[in-house]
Design a protein around this ligand. Sequence first.
Ligand code: PLP
Length: 365
Amino acid sequence: MSLTTDTDLAPLEFAVTRNLAAKTAAERDALLADPAFGTTFTDHMVDICWSTGGGWHRPRVQPYGPISLDPAAAVLHYGQEIFEGIKAYRHADGSVWTFRPDENAKRLQRSARRLALPELPVEYFIQSLRELIAVDGAWVPSGEDQSLYLRPFMFAKEAFLGVRSAHKVAYYLIASPVGAYFKSGAKPVSIWLSEDFARAGKGGTGAAKTGGNYAASLLPQAQAYEQGCDQVVFLDAAGNVEELGGMNIVFVYRDGTLVTPASESILEGITRNSLLQLAEDRGLKVERRAVSLQEWRDGVASGDIVEVFACGTAAVVGPIGVLKGHDFEDVQPLGDVALSLRQELTDIQYGRREDRHGWLVRLDA
Ligand code: PLP
């Protein structure tokens, strides 16, 4: 299956409407001082329309604000929606960069295919990031562990009742300055094992980044909070570990091997793949294979598993400190692999260390 990358594609011509009520520099600086995750948004947003007859058209940069939708818009009824999450980082010289945007663009295409939505060309995806940074670049914070979280998303906006893929679709990009995802910083997180609910199934939408997967994770996540846990982890029907509600999972073994679940129903994390590449660069062995709950619990009990961590764009890396289920609570061993890989990855992202894989793409030039 080839993805839609067309090197001859002409760039889109965005119509830019400036936000006349944009925040002043002082207001923006106050908001950037200590941004909570995903609660503050920049002054502008990008949108591109798509229709079966017209393809991608009407690319715009416009003031951030509410979207007007027909009450019959298909997304509100059938959930035909996908999204991405990617960050922009400010380097010490003031320049603004992002990390492996082609990977997010391709994942958005894979999600689109699964949800019967149109595939946005990789070039348009990356151009949309540049267009937003061109007007809202000042919103990229410069504090430690801060970044501008970029949220591209696409949904069925055609107004009709009937189960079929929509003929009119909208792509949007919004952005939110963020600090550390976990209020506890890099402190270990506690994980609730979801034994009552699954997130995905064979042949389902688990590998797609679509709102329905997250909707299905909210009740188990609420259970996790009730149990005093930060996050929830899901199993497949055979009892193999899949992933957390919004992060992948990696196990570190005593011999230095890093093992991560291989499954067609989990989200292929870009953070995970990058961390595993860095681990391989260090000469560590990496395995992508099934890991049963039994293997996890036995490995921790025997000392074969020496660290377990969660990873994703939002939180980067979170060591797992506890795994709790209905009738057990396993304290997890802590080591320094997770945090040292986190340091290496963030050093690359923030331009403090050589980007030897060519992962960074400049957005403001
Ligand atoms: N798994 C799920 C369900 C997610 O929502 C995310 C976050 O995007 C990830 C894994 C990690 O993916 P990435 O590292 O690309 O952010």
